[in-house]
Design a protein around this ligand. Structure first.
Ligand code: NOJ
Length: 604
């Protein structure tokens, strides 16, 4: 009398949580039927219940969960024509280098036509390539070159705002009755000044810009050159879906949705509570219509292509983040939150205990459903080793490797920023004239107007300014680090004499070759992608220790985040531990870790 439990899984891309149903065959007597049905139900419920941690994610394998993303900041990667600005032909010339890293996906920051107030995050033509970067033919060649090497390409989708030079905005501002007026958010001046809205980049911190041409204010959460698009207008949404299809049809493999949590707004523009700007994500982000837009975008575009999607920002709560990325939402694949990257931006606020708490909190909240990214740097942040490691001569190498170990052994899709594979460091400009970034420059102007402490500001920028992470890639030790034959748009870090790809490529023990080894290890061990994460020795202030576990396979990761020796107590019997990778020649096996030591063990 066989009993079958049928744990029904939804079709790919749908809800992964198994539902249970019971089939009982060959029943003769009613009484037998009832008792057997009860027994069957118990057996089936326990074997079919929604999987947790270890298995839930494994049941829903996806290429974008297993991928390792390498972020290329095109302006600073490689210049092919001597104008001092990186370009697409430059990237093409370095495709073999990118391939040699072992990564699967390249994320390219915006390459579309732009007046470049915000380095491409102000787009004036979504279907064309920025002149400095090359032509559409160059783009097609780049995509082909990547695909030939089995590397996918994801592109930035910057549609919370456009450039003020986009023809939509030109028309929109030309007259109140222009058909494009409603593409943006306008407030007629006869209604008085609208309730304050904070702008990230505005010199006065004011997101409302008065435009005398039509006697009205327009909204810009970022710089005044970046007016916010009106997502309530279905024609705007259709325009954007058409743009996405244009790139989807070209064969790109995904989109990174820039600042998208801010796209849906409360368009009554009511007065917000005092100090609301201290929690912008809460007041600006994740308005309910955002999900309607994303589901529509998914329906109209995303599900027609095999593309991955990642949201910049994840709202202000875990529930906000789940609403964006859980499989049954049919919105996006993953998000990146700011909780961890923001630790330590204010001087003295960094602590490893807080770092561990944040990562552990996010991991456990997404153990069963939804997916996140793991990153320690990008173009909006200072260099990883300068922020979370130690970029002194003594420890730069080891602490870079330690941080790489962290990124490559956590659950979530790793996003790894160009140059971090060399251990590139903050440049720490002394002069404001060296900065190019609108954020730093406008914040400086704002502070000056307010009579703030400019010296303190400059010191802080050495730690956090975005330009620290945007200096040209250090290819070799020649002048301009082999990045350009001209004058680089942003100064090259003088330490390229010793920190550069050419030297590290030849050195088996380099940061670069360690990165390659860590990438390979992750690719060979799906437990590092899907395995359940458990924080160990939680209150240890020096060492981050955790295990990853799946189907009886167990990996232990020990990371000493200090420049001094430290001891870790995981309670794990290490006698049968095999070292898979470590950043010292002979890895520690007794729980005593040397400065910035990182070890990955396989446990039997
Ligand atoms: C987020 C981008 O990552 C950042 O570089 C840009 O300045 C803002 N969005 C505005 O687009």
């Amino acid at each position: 009398m066989p009993i079958f439990c049928y744990c029904q899984a939804e079709p790919p891309g749908q809800d992964v949580f198994a539902k249970y149903s019971i089939f009982v065959l060959n029943m003769n007597a009613m009484s037998n039927y009832i008792s057997l049905a009860i027994l069957t139900a118990i057996v089936c419920i326990s074997s079919c219940q929604a999987p947790t941690g270890e298995t839930a994610q494994l049941n829903d394998r996806k290429w974008w969960k297993e991928a390792i993303v390498y972020q290329v900041y095109p302006r600073s990667f490689k210049d092919s024509d001597g104008d001092g600005i990186g370009d697409l032909k430059g990237i093409i010339s370095k495709l073999d280098y990118i391939k040699s890293l072992g990564i699967d996906v390249v994320w390219l920051n915006p390459i579309y036509t732009s007046p470049n107030y915000d380095n491409g995050y102000d787009i004036s033509d979504y279907r064309n390539i920025m002149t400095e970067f090359g032509t559409m033919q160059d783009f097609d060649n780049l995509l082909k070159g990547l695909h030939e090497r089995n590397i996918k390409l994801i592109m930035d989708l910057v549609v919370n705002h456009s450039s003020a030079e986009h023809e939509w905005f030109r028309k929109s501002r030309s007259a109140r009755n222009n058909p494009y007026r409603n593409y943006y958010h306008w407030w007629p001046a006869e209604k008085g000044k609208p309730a304050p809205r904070f702008s990230f980049f505005d010199v006065n911190g004011d997101a409302w810009e008065y435009d005398s041409l039509t006697d009205a204010y327009y909204l810009h959460y970022f710089a005044e050159q970046q007016p916010d698009l009106n997502w309530e207008n279905p024609t705007v949404r259709k325009e954007i879906y058409d743009i996405m299809k244009f790139w989807g049809d070209k064969g790109i493999d995904g989109f990174r949705l820039d600042a998208f949590q801010y796209a849906a707004k409360d368009t009554t523009f009511s007065t917000l509570p005092l100090d609301y700007e201290k929690n912008i994500a809460k007041y600006y982000g994740m308005q309910p219509q955002l999900h309607t837009y994303l589901q529509e975008m998914n329906q109209e575009v995303l599900r027609q292509y095999d593309v991955m999607t990642v949201a910049e920002g994840a709202g202000s709560t875990l529930a906000d983040a789940h609403a964006l990325v859980d499989a049954d939402r049919n919105e996006l694949n993953m998000a990146y939150h700011f909780d961890a990257i923001d630790i330590g931006k204010e001087k003295g606020s960094y602590s490893l205990l807080e770092f561990k708490r944040v990562y552990s909190k996010w991991d456990s909240a997404f153990a069963d459903d939804g997916w996140l990214s793991i990153y320690l740097a990008n173009h909006d942040n200072a260099r990883m080793v300068s922020r979370f490691g130690n970029d002194s001569e003594e420890f730069r190498d080891r602490s870079s490797k330690m941080l790489t170990t962290f990124i490559m052994t956590m659950r979530g899709t790793p996003y790894y920023y160009y140059g971090d594979e060399l251990g590139m460091t903050n440049i720490r400009f002394d002069n404001m004239e060296d900065y190019r970034d609108i954020e730093t420059l406008n914040k400086f102007k704002k502070l000056k107007l307010e009579g703030g402490d400019l010296i303190q500001f400059k010191e802080k920028q050495k730690r956090v300014a975005r330009d620290n992470g945007r200096t040209p890639f250090q290819w070799d030790n020649t002048s301009s680090a082999g990045f350009t034959t001209g004058t680089p748009w942003l100064k090259v870090n003088p330490n390229h004499k010793t920190i550069n790809a050419e030297a590290q490529d030849k050195d088996q023990n380099s940061v670069l070759n360690y990165f390659r080894a860590a990438v390979k290890l992750r690719k060979e061990n799906p437990v590092l992608v899907y395995g359940a994460y458990t924080l160990l020795d939680k209150d240890n202030p020096d060492v981050y220790a955790y295990s990853r576990e799946q189907n009886g396979e167990k990996i232990l990761v020990l990371l000493n985040f200090q420049g001094t020796s430290a001891t870790v107590n995981t309670g794990i019997d290490m006698r049968n531990a095999n070292v898979l990778l470590g950043n010292y020649p002979n890895a520690s096996v007794d729980g005593k870790l040397r400065p910035y030591e990182a070890v990955i063990y396989k446990l039997d």
